[in-house]
Design a protein around this ligand. Structure first.
Ligand code: NAP
Length: 269
């Protein structure tokens, strides 16, 4: 961006549960910026009108469920990574009043993997559970890892097949969940399972002894799957690291400076 945004918003439906306002406002305060980051609950039918108003206000912000794909269509300029992921989670208004979109979820996934593993999975198999937007971000990141097989499983096999087809040479749909997980060095949960109850995306007994677990779900006290995997000696992390990093990278897009990541983390500790 060439000037400060007139408004800074999160567009989603619902958004009340989001941690983004807490850590983005912590970053803004740490940077001495007076802007306030606001969560806007926008129903899909109201997105176009909301975007018109935001364009006029020279706004920037984040986009979450269910608007990430619609935002891709609404932006006049899209980064290559957003196009590959099929989703925009970060936007800003250009000087000519049109919107530009990027996707920082992809780099957020990669940062979460780097924090868990000594190096990115190279010639090691990866399993991804789920075939929605978060899985697409993982597949986009994995396209640069190279090497091993990426097995994608979804409860609707056609969803896994159609997502895998968007990433030829990167991912293949798995016949069964257990076949996806067995032999994988990294197993990623990209479903909402475990967000609100004690359900787990797959039994930890299926994991190879050295497997690492990345749960993109986050909640207070970590997720049941992360706790169960760690209890069996696996390296495991929930989605909070990814969430904070995608937010930090969005902040960099809007303001051209790195936020205080420690202040962001402390605000949601
Ligand atoms: P999405 O586009 O709605 O996709 C969800 C996927 O999970 C779909 O494949 C869906 O299958 C599957 N699924 C839903 N409920 C399931 C269940 N009970 N059992 C098995 N599979 C199930 O959502 P998303 O954007 O990919 O997000 C998925 C989750 O990732 C979110 O709930 C969130 O917790 C997490 N996430 C975290 C971050 C982060 O920064 N940490 C960022 C994005 C997302 P169907 O198509 O059959 O419904």
């Amino acid at each position: 961006m060439t000037r400060l945004p007139g408004r800074l918003v999160l567009l989603g439906h619902p958004v009340a549960h989001s941690l983004s306002p807490a850590f983005q406002n912590a970053a803004l305060r740490a940077a001495g910026l007076a802007t306030e980051y606001e969560a806007l609950d926008v129903a899909p039918a109201d997105l176009a009108a909301t975007l018109d108003a935001l364009r006029r206000a020279q706004a920037a912000g984040n986009v979450t469920i269910p608007h990430k794909a619609a935002m891709l269509a609404a932006c006049a300029e899209i980064t290559g990574v957003a196009r590959r992921a099929g989703a925009v989670n970060t936007f800003w208004t250009r000087d000519d009043g049109t919107l530009a979109g990027d996707n920082t979820d992809v780099a957020g996934v990669e940062a979460a993997v780097r924090a868990l593993l000594p190096s990115l999975p190279d010639r090691a198999d990866v399993a991804v559970l789920g075939a929605g937007g978060a899985a697409a971000a993982v597949l986009t990141a994995a396209g640069a890892w190279g090497g091993g097989a990426l097995r994608l499983w979804s409860r609707r096999p056609e969803a896994a097949r159609s997502l895998a087809e968007r990433f030829p040479g990167v991912a293949m749909a798995s016949e069964s969940e257990v076949a996806a997980v067995r032999g994988a060095a990294l197993v990623v949960n990209a479903t909402p399972v475990g967000m609100r109850d004690d359900a787990q995306p797959c039994p930890v007994e299926w994991l190879d002894p050295g497997a690492t677990v990345l749960d993109l779900v986050y909640r207070r006290g970590e997720t049941p799957w992360v706790l169960a995997a760690r209890g069996r000696g696996h390296a495991a992390a929930d989605g909070l690291g990814m969430l904070l990093e995608q937010g930090a990278l969005s902040f960099e897009r809007w303001f051209g400076l790195a936020p205080d990541r420690a202040a962001m983390r402390a605000s949601v500790a």
